[in-house]
Design a protein around this ligand. Sequence first.
Ligand SMILES: Nc1nc2c(ncn2[C@@H]2O[C@H](COP(=O)(O)OP(=O)(O)O)[C@@H](O)[C@H]2O)c(=O)[nH]1
Ligand SMILES: [Mg+2]
Length: 451
Amino acid sequence: MTRTDTIAAAATPPGRGGVGIVRISGPKVPELAAVLLGGELPQARHATFARFLDAQREPIDAGLALFFPAPHSYTGEHVLELHGHGGPLVMEALVSRAVELGARRAQAGEFTQRAFLNDKLDLAQAEAVADLIDAGSQQAARAAMRSLQGEFSAMVHGLTEAVIDLRTYVEAAIDFPEEEIDFLADRELTARFQAVRDHFEGVSDSARQGRLLREGMTVVIAGRPNAGKSSLLNRLAGYEAAIVTPIAGTTRDVVRERISIDGMPLHVLDTAGLREGGDAVEEEGMRRAHAEMRRADRVLFVIDAAADPDATAFREERERLPADVPVTLVFNKCDLAVGIPVADTLTGPPRLVLSALSGKGLEALRAHLKSCMGYQTADGGTVSARRRHLEALARARAHTEEAARQLNERRAGELAAEELRAAQQALNEITGEFTSDDLLGRIFAGFCIGK
Ligand SMILES: Nc1nc2c(ncn2[C@@H]2O[C@H](COP(=O)(O)OP(=O)(O)O)[C@@H](O)[C@H]2O)c(=O)[nH]1
Ligand SMILES: [Mg+2]
């Protein structure tokens, strides 16, 4: 793919609409426009009424033509937009005509890819374009808009600056070896590493929230057999997705449901009850339950509030739950547990009291899940982010920790500087200062044609 190509595609979705727009971008636009519009180029950035002509100079359609000369366009190249009548045949005829005149059909995301390659947007911003288009809730849309305006990129740049400062500090010390001993014992250095760590923490938190808003949160329902896990899944899903019986050990495999709470996607997984002494099938079910919990964003640990008001089940299982996945304790069957005080001797996880049978307390659970996804904080500055960003942040952070270790344990300034350089490079992948063609290909392939 060379950037000397001129590309064309319908920018509006296929189907019928009042208006349909064909976008053409590339160096051939001026000559192509002159022929297609049967005369002169329209005045730059002015909506001009025109006929869009075929090879016989017969009008295919008539509408508005807009010419954006390079570099002041979405892609940074010459761009022509034709606003015609929104019908699939009209759009196809206009794109074919552009192809006859030397353009080729654009691939998915190619306009935005060119905008990225011409420095109109960085990579995180380009991804935010797709996120904005795909947003399933107002919050997700606002978060995507913030990323598109560069808020997330600015956070990543701030972090990169902090890593560069640290690296410069370390490298300066390597250049003056006679001072190295003092330097390594330096409190200043420890403080600087800590500051960078805190900075990582802040940016990773924002990115994690952003990813939840975009991709949805994965919630695993776990607990003892018969606590009401499957009943809870069915309540959330709004239909009988999982089999519910009074027999312990009914659910043996993982049951998955995709639900949405006010437009926010949520993946809910019901699992086999955790207990000792099940048969081989139940054992395998529990193994799967644990595997899903490790991958989850949150575990809803369901307690039978009538049978186990002290949440003994949770205390017993706690050790085996993944340490880094947050838990919410759900005291179910509150309809049976009237008057039974629900234990508050446990510190830590948030707790909710509800009845999967009657539906009491379900609204509070939905509100809780929404707040875990950043629903409330979305107006307080959540940005949109992707798994790719979180992975790059984690890698950068690991390199920074390794740098600290090289200094503390081995006094190896050179190696520490090298690790910091790798950290910086991982951060640069987020905004795209450092990327492979392969990565770019994968990112833009996820866009729609014409964007
Ligand atoms: N009274 C009452 N019974 C419930 C409630 N939730 C579930 N159950 C009952 O508890 C039994 C086990 O429920 P189930 O959802 O299969 O539990 P699981 O083994 O944890 O998946 C069934 O007989 C349900 O009808 C509740 O909130 N109140
Ligand atoms: Mg079940």
